[in-house]
Design a protein around this ligand. Structure first.
Ligand code: HEC
Ligand code: HEC
Ligand code: HEC
Length: 370
């Protein structure tokens, strides 16, 4: 018998695919396949889909590179918990809290995560939370540039398997006592309030910041000019008058000095020099020219602010993520000239500086190098 030619094989393979494709088209076009979420998948479909999903996550999480922070950092865990309350619990439920009734009727149903997370590696969880899962209803992170925020959620997910309902409530609601039906309760969970500091040093202190700056920041989040999957989720639905009221609430609170044990003195001193004198040869201006009591109303105060928050924002400026507003562009140009060591020095200095000094500060700034 003659061996089939290569051309013959190609024609047979091509024809088979054409027939299969036409068959698939006919099945789809006829509407016979039932997409109702009210009934589960056939077992074979479910197994195949699950297999495909697990392989896809394994491959793509391996291809993705993102520098992983220490996931046992309590500040990271608390920030992730605060976000989980609004961003995830609706669908997945939380310790002691069932998922929403509507989510209960999704297909696939979002699983309770205490058990589910144990089956994935850190990198896989990161990838799922960042990109979401197509065709399941699992959404991707609202601002794809913010890997640092996604890692905070992963840090929290890692703690979930051993978390009691009481521990969850403490992490999720913070220690500020506000009545739940006031709009401010949504903010004090993370930012603290009259007598309570923020729950995490990655969450900024807002007390005593000018109302003009706070409002400007909330508008930047709401209008997608300052990417943050955590804050945008909360700021977008706020009515303009609520943004004003919330900004006024925090502007009226007394700024709090840092309770943090001071970082080493040499670092603070190096930071102080940058803040008061700048670095002329690197055209870095003195920070206090724009960040003390003398500065414009819409410029933020930094004294007493958490160092990890300040350092992270300086990195975001450097990456160009806060460059979209005229105000943000000013700071971006400065932050791009700071290296990582200068960032941590100047952040340590501002955290150690008493906010009361901003008001007292009337000495002219030395050596302004613009
Ligand atoms: C709109 C509902 C919805 C929201 C909101 C949501 N998820 Fe999901 N999630 C899902 C669905 C649906 C799946 C897919 C389940 C499946 O394939 O079996 C899923 C899957 C997952 C998985 C994989 C679990 C597994 O083993 O299958 C993780 C982890 C996860 N979500 C974490 C989160 C986190 C963290 C958040 C918040 C940042 C979040 N989800 C927000 C619906 C949601
Ligand atoms: C889940 C915790 C969480 C909740 C709840 C929360 N915030 Fe935030 N907030 C943050 C984090 C984290 C940032 C820093 C985000 C970034 O990187 O831009 C922030 C930043 C801000 C800023 C900018 C501050 C600055 O110095 O630039 C303002 C203003 C603000 N939040 C107001 C609010 C208001 C008002 C509410 C209530 C509606 C609220 N936040 C609720 C975590 C939270
Ligand atoms: C020419 C004025 C100017 C100088 C000098 C300046 N900044 Fe800024 N800075 C700003 C403005 C304006 C903003 C607000 C940007 C915005 O609204 O997005 C800002 C914001 C910041 C923020 C974010 C604060 C927050 O709450 O999110 C940090 C951190 C910061 N500056 C650090 C520094 C440091 C460190 C220096 C010195 C190396 C410095 N700045 C010098 C104008 C200045």
């Amino acid at each position: 018998m003659r061996r089939p030619s290569l051309r013959m094989v190609a024609i047979i393979v091509g024809a088979t695919f054409a027939v299969l494709g036409a068959g698939a088209f006919l099945v789809a076009a006829s509407g016979i396949y039932n997409v109702a979420a009210s009934r589960p998948h056939f077992e074979i479909t479910r197994v195949l889909l699950q297999f495909g999903l697990e392989r896809s996550v394994a491959t793509h999480s391996w291809l993705e590179s993102s520098s992983k922070p220490a996931l046992d950092d309590p500040d990271l865990i608390r920030l992730g918990a605060g976000h989980f309350v609004r961003g995830c619990a609706f669908c997945h439920g939380a310790p002691g809290e069932p998922r929403n009734l509507a989510a209960e009727h999704m297909q696939p149903t979002p699983p309770a995560l205490s058990l589910a997370v144990t089956e994935w590696s850190n990198e896989e969880l990161f990838w799922i939370v960042k990109h979401g899962l197509k065709y399941t209803g699992m959404p991707g992170w609202p601002s794809i540039e913010r890997d640092d925020e996604v890692w905070a959620v992963v840090a929290f997910l890692r703690q979930l398997p051993n978390m009691s309902p009481a521990q969850y409530r403490e992490l999720a609601n913070g220690s500020a006592h506000t009545s739940d039906d006031e709009p401010i309760a949504e903010c004090t969970r993370c930012h603290g309030g009259e007598n309570a500091a923020p729950t995490s040093r990655l969450v900024p202190k807002l007390a005593g910041q000018s109302a003009a700056y706070l409002l400007h920041a909330l508008e930047d989040y709401a209008r997608d000019r300052r990417p943050s999957g955590i804050m945008q989720l909360l700021a977008v639905p706020l009515a303009a008058k609520d943004r004003q009221a919330l900004a006024a609430y925090y502007a009226n609170l007394k700024p709090q000095a840092s309770q943090q044990k001071a970082a080493d003195a040499a670092r603070i001193e190096r930071g102080r020099r940058i803040a008061t004198e700048g670095i002329r040869e690197e055209t870095i201006p003195p920070c206090l020219a724009c960040h003390s009591g003398r500065a414009a109303e819409t410029f933020p105060r930094l004294s007493g602010q958490h160092a990890p928050y300040l350092a992270q924002q300086l990195r975001l400026f450097k990456e160009g993520l806060r460059a979209e507003t005229p105000q943000g562009a000013i700071m971006t140009a400065i932050a791009t000239r700071l290296d990582e060591a200068q960032i941590s020095d100047v952040a340590a200095y501002f955290e150690s500086r008493d906010p009361a000094e901003d008001a007292r500060d009337t000495t002219p700034v030395q050596g302004a190098a613009q």
